[in-house]
Write a protein that binds this ligand. Sequence first.
Ligand code: 13P
Ligand code: SF4
Length: 352
Amino acid sequence: MGIKESELVREFLHNPHTACDLSVAKKQEYRETIKRLLVERDAVLVAHYYTDPELQSLAEESGGCVSDSLEMARFGSRHSASTLIVAGVRFMGETAKILSPEKRVFMPTLEATCSLDIGCPADEFYAFCDQHPDHTVVVYANTSAAVKARADWVVTSSIALKVVEHLSDRGEKILWAPDKHLGQYVADQTGAEMLMWDGACIVHEEFKASGIEKLKHVHPDAAVLVHPESPKAVVEMADVVGSTSQLIAAASELSNETFIVATDRGIFYKLQQAAPGKSFLVAPTGGEGATCRSCAYCPWMAMNSLENLVELLEKSPQSDALISNEIIVESAIANRAVPPLQRMLDFGQKHS
Ligand code: 13P
Ligand code: SF4
């Protein structure tokens, strides 16, 4: 169970963190090309808050959406475009495809995955579920389509607390996967009986409570915003714990002028937009003298770039070359993954 360290480090080293620097003129040229091709291909761009701000602003300008993973799922299924371009990580593309099987779904690169997804292989997960048939299976959206297909419920971080509270009130015992930190947070908040899979996000796991404490001494009036994929000691230091959208809302609602933010730094684009004039500091990730692997930067989200988005859109819709960008979910798996996903969307609509 869980991801092998050596595999993870190897993957990480192969992930080009550093998008090559483009001149202002080149960026502008790419942006114009992308906007034109989106219209020509009847496509809409759906981007996550952790992607390059260039992609986030393009999604905004072109009538697409920039959001957390729950809203990405909703937006794609409701939009009239025949093609969805998902800038994010693979599970987001798969969710879009499962909810909109009639649409073609593409990603700038299919290599953009997630440590939670890698750390929860379907065969091991099915065996775990089989050992606990009396538990309601709740899986986090950051998982493969095959794992979702074994679930009773799928949840994202913005809705996990409410769903688990609802199930726990009905007396159900929960089998939770894969993020142990989010699972622990949900269990602590709801008192639910939860059996946990041992997975973690390599980005959020790096945040250090001791570093945040030191930063608080320098900025005593700063509020601490924490994504619940972070370890318990970090969550305990938070003024607000929430999904990416909930953290952005908190930055504009709270009266604080400064915020210490424990999540991927891609979110700073939207934080600054939502609360102009306020200051945002990245929560420390390294311990004393240590080097960090992620530095609040998801290597897989960073694989989405202007360059590979242009490259994707320039391929002809009939081209075989699109095979390396298209999300395909086997229909037997997709059919089984729809009910737990739809349950989440219906629940969200009823309880919003
Ligand atoms: P959100 O659902 O809060 O956008 O989180 C997705 C994610 O991958 C966080 O690391
Ligand atoms: Fe996965 Fe973590 Fe990256 Fe989110 S930040 S996509 S949980 S590895």
